[in-house]
Write a protein that binds this ligand. Sequence first.
Ligand code: AMP
Length: 425
Amino acid sequence: MSFTDLGLQPELLISVADKGYDTPTPIQKAAIPAVLAGRDVLAGAQTGTGKTAGFVLPILQRLRAATGRAPRALVLAPTRELAAQVAENARDYGRYLNLRTVVVFGGVGINPQVDALRRGCDLLVATPGRLLDLAGQRAVDLGAVEVFVLDEADRMLDMGFIHDIRRVLKLLPAVRQNLMFSATYSDDIRTLAARFLHDPVAIEVATRNATAERVDQCAYRLPKEHKRHLLAHLVKAEGWPQALVFTRTKHGANRLAQQLERAGIATAAIHGNKSQAARTRALADFKQGRITALVATEVAARGLDIKELPVVVNYELPNVPEDYVHRIGRTARAGLNGRAVSLVAPDEASLLRDIERLLRQPIPVVALPEFEVLAEPERGSGHARHDAPRGGHTPHGGQRHPGSQQRRSGGRQRHRGAGRNARGR
Ligand code: AMP
């Protein structure tokens, strides 16, 4: 399918070709015809899916001739960066059309924005607070808005914009077309969608996007130094066919890959310090099932075209909660049930809370299974290293278990799962 098949007008097809895009992305295939048909749309899509063109292109077409007065399309975005990006896209795609795009956001002087609006505006891109300020000053009239877009609605709610959104909605004409984009679905998002979307076309794109609900998520709480032993145990005991494992650092990715290899699990690491050839090889090996575990840093994993992974492991939780959603979005695609397993050390507890807040749902903490903590010779020296636990520190936070007393260098220690389903909060 090409952009021509989507019903876009020649001026837009040329600007799309200028950009070098030949094939519409899945969100574009679904959204463009729906928006052109005047339907409301609820789309589960995050940045990177091509969602911006998915709504900007058909909106530009619907606006057609410029009136150059009050905005007839309004896009609300959570941040100034996103607003600026949407506006830039609109100007790019609309370069052969005679439409005016204006962007307004807070943190900069309001007067140039007032002037820009006075000069005329067809498509307005705005962050909520500044838009309300401008509306309050009567610098903008939202009474002519025909199409309203709420972009990254989940982030809007996270940032506390719900009241501002409601106030903006009150300034819009009752009859209009509404589009809402969100990377995640929570009850609050559903409530908001039900409030202003009318019989929406629901679009769920299968790339780089997963609603947290389709993924079977769980977390294990344990000390950092036990993580690799638990991971090796899970891969083997649960017979994971393949797992993409996220670490925070390149060094950590290398080390873990070596440790998993030593535990008998075919593993490769992929990160920015690896040559392109090494990365390509690792990816090919992984795709063809020659390796079971692919250990990757966030950045390296971002560009990987791997679909429908059965298991994603957060060996370390990401610092940015949204990255968790992106990571687990690599599993459970196309209606398959995927798993996302997080290994959470005590110092990552607050990161887990942030993620749960973003998802608006708890991630079940499951009891640790019984697994072996093997001591290994220290690299370079022939000495056995006491790995963990030290000083009676146990996987359950201070609760001594028999193994820690009996352990010797080079020996093995059986970690006994406590068999309780503790949330541990
Ligand atoms: P977005 O999800 O809207 O932030 O877009 C992600 C990136 O994909 C942007 O850099 C777009 O320029 C690019 N993009 C959008 N549509 C296409 C397409 N059909 N083909 C290739 N790249 C695209």
